[in-house]
Design a protein around this ligand. Structure first.
Ligand code: M6R
Length: 446
């Protein structure tokens, strides 16, 4: 009442952005909320206080020292935060993965020379060559993407160990990080409190930090030493889908730059690079082929309250991600296990209360995975198999055949089937697919 027409805002931890409009000033927690009003934004830093009126923004520190406001252009356009004819953001975001992954790859793949070029991390060839250890930090889907990337990076990068850690745990561990390490900080929103806390801890140890972030200008993006934006555009549905695919591939590309610097032979790296370049097209084919069948299939499974997801090798992190998707939007108790772990406990669960979603990419461990599926079937399991193997004759309840010319990254394609399955399952159960209960898109508190 004393200062009409004036609002005072302050930032402490959670994101805060000020929109500079025409004859109006706006305050939001995310720049995308400002679209439709203005494209001019001021991102406040922690410990800053802004006094705003409809025509002015005055920023100070907590000690009342003036801060000059940096006005930045919001790159996102309005269409990117609309449903574009889809019933839900989740389906839109699943379906736009061919395009969003293309944005992740844009200008970064040189097919002619078989090379990956990432400018953002800002590491010189000499620095890349010295890397002996990668720590990948994330939560939820970002963690799963890190785990998937780790399986790939280990395949082609000699002398580099990769450790993937859950941010909420790592921030309180007394972990020693060797000096020749680089930390990849993975976050779609760039605002996750636990991931941010890890970033700050790791920086204190003098370790180089590289962000694998989507939200441009977010806190993590601003605090890392360098980074590779995944550029998938706004991800609005709480359940992360397109970010997962692009985060995993961006990290694999970072691994490829290390391998290149270390002199790994081109004939080893080229198949990875060729398949990455082909992925957007293959994703389109799989989404088009599987959308309708998944819509039909879910009806058979809505009666279940428990699901087991199984995979091994690169399909194991994919199974973890697939289980997370199902549980968070359809509220089915879904857990993932590595096939080899079945007989160490989870096999005891198999009965009519459960169905099993098994990931079977063609490859060296295919036969071993098949024999694990047989163990499940022998115990009366209700199995849905997703595979890119042409001849498949196991007596499972349902099989989804993914047709693709890819081998290395086939598990990424199998994940699309699981994304669609989770979406239609939640839809069929009548749940709010974009905003599942108890969850938030950006977890800015501990
Ligand atoms: O924004 P972030 O990538 O840091 O978010 C991390 C997790 O909160 C997030 O991936 C969460 O697990 C998703 N809702 C899963 O779909």
């Amino acid at each position: 009442t004393k200062n009409p027409g004036e609002i005072v805002v302050a930032r402490a931890g959670s994101p805060l952005v000020i929109g500079v409009g025409h004859g109006e000033t706006l305050v939001a927690s995310d720049a995308s909320a400002l679209l439709g009003h203005t494209k001019q934004a001021i991102y406040l830093n922690d410990g800053e206080v802004a006094t705003i009126t409809k025509n002015s923004v005055e920023i100070k520190t907590l000690n009342a020292e003036p801060v000059s406001a940096k006005v930045e252009e919001i790159e996102t356009n309005l269409a990117a935060i609309q449903k574009n004819g889809y019933e839900h953001f989740l389906l839109k975001e699943i379906m736009e993965q061919p395009e969003s992954l293309k944005e992740t790859l844009r200008g970064r793949i040189d097919l002619r020379d078989g090379l990956v070029r990432l400018g953002g991390p800002g590491l010189k060839e000499k620095e890349l060559r010295k890397i002996k250890h990668l720590v990948i930090v994330g939560c939820g889907t970002a963690y799963n993407a890190g785990l998937l990337a780790a399986y790939y990076i280990e395949q082609f990068t000699p002398e580099v160990t990769v450790e993937v850690v859950i941010a909420s745990e790592y921030r309180y561990r007394q972990a020693y990080i060797p000096k020749d390490s680089v930390a990849l900080i993975v976050s779609q929103s760039g605002e996750t409190a636990d991931t941010l806390a890890c970033l700050r801890e790791i920086k204190k140890q003098g370790i180089k930090t590289i962000g694998i972030v989507n939200a441009i200008g977010s806190t993590i993006a601003r605090e890392v030493d360098g980074g590779t934006y995944v550029h998938v555009g706004p991800e609005i549905s709480v359940a992360s889908t397109k970010a997962f695919t692009s985060q995993a591939i961006a990290m694999v590309m970072f691994g490829l730059t290390i391998a290149q610097a270390k002199g790994v032979r081109n004939n080893i790296l080229r198949p990875y690079i060729k398949e990455i370049a082909a992925l957007p097209g293959e994703i389109r084919k799989v989404l088009d082929a599987c959308n309708e069948p998944m819509k039909q299939m879910v009806e058979q499974y809505i009666k279940y309250e428990h699901a087991i997801y199984l995979g091994r090798d690169t399909a194991y992190p994919v199974a973890m991600e697939a289980a997370l998707k199902l549980k968070e939007i359809s509220y089915i108790d879904a857990n993932a296990y590595a096939f080899g772990e079945l007989k160490h406990g989870p096999l005891a669960l198999v009965d009519d209360r459960f169905f099993e979603f098994v990931m079977l990419p063609e490859g060296d461990l295919y036969d071993k995975a098949v024999s694990n599926v047989q163990e499940v079937l022998a115990r009366g399991g209700h199995v849905i198999a997703v595979t890119n193997k042409e001849e498949f004759d196991l007596p499972v309840e349902n099989v989804v055949k993914v047709e693709t010319s890819l081998t290395i990254f086939a598990p990424v394609l199998l994940n699309l089937v699981a994304q669609l399955f989770a979406y239609y399952m939640a839809l069929c159960k009548g749940y709010n697919v974009d905003q599942p209960r108890n969850l938030a898109k950006s977890v800015t508190v501990e």
